[in-house]
Design a protein around this ligand. Structure first.
Ligand SMILES: C[S@@+](CC[C@H](N)C(=O)[O-])C[C@H]1O[C@@H](n2cnc3c(N)ncnc32)[C@H](O)[C@@H]1O
Ligand code: SF4
Length: 375
């Protein structure tokens, strides 16, 4: 059993805050991307053919692909790999890129989960972020997707925006809840190197929020979304019961995930695990595929200690936390024996339910600091 990640490194334009591997497509790069993905998939298929439980078209902006391209890529997946009967197939979509006909096409192609990057329902913030859509267009895209038949829609929001106070955030959530998505991703604005946003901060045009505001906003989102029936099942993710993202859950559980597309990352769970990546270089990617070479490069091969640490800190991102009995069975050593000092320092923050140790939302605010004991 495995997941499959497909990277689409193209965006109509670059958002001011984004440092992901994506750029406006040049020439016929977008029109021919599915052909490269398919060549890449065939190379993977010569080495392994696990049953695929989830497929994720991520980006970049996968909704720039045509439904015919998505359909052709999925037909290639079907030909190469056994697909689970109840497979989850997600596609990240940007509101400005969707039409009734493209949405109907994606649904007919087999996409059964849409992840819509709305980011904010306030046009002032959408402009600051450099998004290519308005709040009205975003809500319209959501409703169109719903009308066309998507029954599993996720919405991404960015919080901790400059000057965003509790009442702004309450309005964001009010507008979000009016759409009633099945899943919500929340990301605190992070000022990344070499982005326009960083320049704006350096020039003093934009002020980052302080730690206290960030923490208050995060806990406010936790309260409002929990009260509306969403489970805060991972640091940045909320879902209605039955609608957790199975593709991302597999990542936090260190399950095998194949990957195609320049900039994509894969994980092979055999042994203690290996992580590989396809370098974010479009020219090199195409040349290697033309020569019949697998473009993936090994990034890290885990030993037992590294695998134990990663098992623990990825599990602590989730509301289930780490299952100490499963951990001991998997590694032949208990959590307490494996990490005595680190666990002692974590213990004030850890909650226990049966064999599971987990963080609450308050502790997730300190996640980066807390897991530094295991890195
Ligand atoms: C790489 S994007 C891909 C999805 C799609 N292209 C979009 O922008 O809607 C995945 C998510 O990461 C979040 N994100 C990316 N860069 C971020 C940043 N610097 N700070 C906070 N969130 C960020 C956004 O919420 C975005 O929806
Ligand atoms: S659309 Fe998404 S991936 Fe593309 S630049 Fe904007 S945030 Fe980055």
């Amino acid at each position: 059993m495995a997941g499959l990640y497909l990277h689409i490194p193209f965006c109509a334009h670059k958002c001011h805050y984004c440092d992901f591997f994506s750029a406006p497509p040049a020439g016929d790069q977008l029109a021919t991307w599915h052909l490269l993905l398919e060549r890449n998939l065939r190379l993977i298929g010569t080495e392994q053919r696990p049953e695929i439980e989830t497929i994720f078209f991520g980006g970049g902006t996968p909704s720039l692909l045509s439904p015919a391209q998505v359909s052709s890529t999925l037909a290639c997946c079907r030909e190469l790999f056994p697909l689970s009967q109840n497979i989850e197939i997600s596609l990240e979509a940007n509101p400005g890129t969707l039409t009734a006909s493209s949405l109907a096409g994606f649904l007919a192609a087999g996409i059964n989960r849409l992840s819509l990057g709305i980011q904010s329902f306030d046009n002032k913030y959408l402009q600051l972020l450099g998004r290519g859509h308005s709040a009205e267009e975003a809500a319209k895209s959501f409703m169109l997707a719903r009308d066309i038949g998507f029954t599993n829609i996720s919405v991404d929001l960015i919080f901790a925006l400059p000057g965003q106070g509790p009442s702004d955030l309450e309005q964001e959530i009010e507008k979000l809840l009016a759409l009633s998505p099945e899943h919500v991703g929340i990301y605190g604005l992070s000022v990344e190197n070499d982005t326009l946003l960083q320049e704006m901060v350096t020039r003093g045009q934009v002020a980052e929020v302080d730690e206290e505001t960030y923490a208050k906003s995060y806990l406010q989102l936790n309260r409002l979304l929990s009260a509306a029936g969403y489970e805060h099942y991972e640091i940045s993710n909320f879902a209605r019961p039955g609608f957790r993202c199975r593709h991302n859950q597999a990542y936090w559980q260190r399950k095998t995930c194949l990957a195609a597309g320049a900039g994509a990352h894969a994980f092979d769970a055999t042994g203690y695990g290996k992580r590989s990546a396809i370098p974010p270089d479009l020219m090199n990617y195409q040349q290697q595929l033309n020569r019949g070479q697998n473009p993936a490069e090994l990034l890290e091969e885990f030993d037992q200690r590294q695998a134990m640490a990663e098992t623990l800190y990825l599990a602590l991102r989730t509301s289930e936390g780490v299952d100490s009995a499963a951990f001991a069975q998997r590694f032949g050593i208990s959590l307490a024996e494996a990490f005595p000092a680190a666990l002692a320092s974590l213990s004030p923050h850890l909650q226990q339910r049966g064999n599971h140790y987990f963080f609450t939302a308050e502790s997730w605010l300190l996640y980066d600091h807390l897991i530094s004991h295991f890195l």
